[in-house]
Write a protein that binds this ligand. Sequence first.
Ligand SMILES: [Zn+2]
Length: 297
Amino acid sequence: MRILPWNGYEGALSLTFDDGDVSQAKIALRILDGFKKKGTFFLTGKQNDFEEIWKKAWIDGHELGNHSMRHKLPIAGEEYDAYEEVVESKSLLEKRYESAVLTYAYPYSFVTDGQIRCLQNTHIGARAGDEEQVILKYEDDVDWYKIPSFVATSDTDVITYKELIEQAVEEKAWVVFMIHAIEGIGTGYEPIPQEVLKGVLAETAKTNIWVAPFGEVCAYWRAQKIVETAIRENKTENILWDVPAFFEKRTILKVELDLNEEYQFFQNGRNIVKNAEGFYEICFNEGTLQMADKKKG
Ligand SMILES: [Zn+2]
């Protein structure tokens, strides 16, 4: 059996937007909705503009992420409380937007041990900045709290994004774009032209890439690795794994059998039947899978 990487697509792409800029609330959301694609919006605790817009975005399937409480740099000699910036900010955002906040983006892409310690049991993953490698292959080992991203600037052209999308598909990889603002309104950092965002979304439609929020891709990949390890170490038909508390949303893994395999799958007594597309849907959150080999009968 095989868990299909990237939800059954050849690669994955996450569009992430930082700082809750006016151009995201007023323009980016509209463009994404026009293409029926979902993005991730990293918001800060101390900034509460566009509350109703973000609440609706969450209901519509976009992700709201945590971008710290005050968007501060941990500078020596200045007051900095990582717990407040990471954990308290998550709770505040969840309460304000009536949503689940599962992921974090480091302000100024500045990663510190203090933030990581606070993230480990509370967030499913964290986005860092432009490391040397922004293409993450599914078989790679990954640091869930240092997931690199491609930093978009005003002069990045559609070709550049297109090449990254094609590379992700070719290498069965995940690529994350970090965007700050869209041209046309406000004074956000490095605004990208509206036509470029539309061009990027149009490119995704030409390839078999999974366009999904950062937290959703992260959850799928993390769950896949946990279940694969459990199956590898498994001695009986009953496979068990731990479900970390930050898996607050249901994560469904797609599983396929090899030609010579004849397994029946059960989760908590429920028989999982093959769906119309030919794969089985395993709910990671149940923490258990029974695999009965029909050949052993
Ligand atoms: Zn920021």
